[in-house]
Design a protein around this ligand. Structure first.
Ligand SMILES: [Zn+2]
Length: 106
């Protein structure tokens, strides 16, 4: 971070990587809300961001991209877990019904 730079502006730094860039997204403006930036940050990162806190409220394009990827990965992992749990349950039920009926019944 270039703390002593003359054109240094703390509020223009990216909230997630602390770099300054020209094309940042605002977490709390309309586009940021449409892109669900705050929701994705809350889902993926254990830091709390509010409108009232003293830190920057922008995210650079690179971090928006990473956040989208990370969020997608998270959602896909959670979906996988649900699918696997359901599959595991159905295997258990299948094993139970086979055990209770007895394989010789068929
Ligand atoms: Zn960034």
């Amino acid at each position: 971070m270039a703390m002593n730079n003359d054109d240094f502006s703390f509020s223009e730094l990216c909230r997630l990587c602390s770099l300054k860039s020209n094309n940042q997204m605002q977490i709390f403006d309309k586009e940021g809300e449409q892109r669900q930036l705050l929701f994705k940050i809350r889902s993926c990162i254990p830091s709390v961001i509010t409108k009232e806190d003293a830190l920057p409220k922008n995210i650079c394009q690179k971090c928006v991209y990473k956040l989208d990827m990370f969020y997608e990965f998270r959602v896909s992992c959670m979906t996988t877990e649900t699918v696997l749990k359901n599959y595991s349950e159905s295997l258990k039920h299948l094993a139970q019904s086979v055990n209770s009926q007895g394989v010789a019944d068929r």
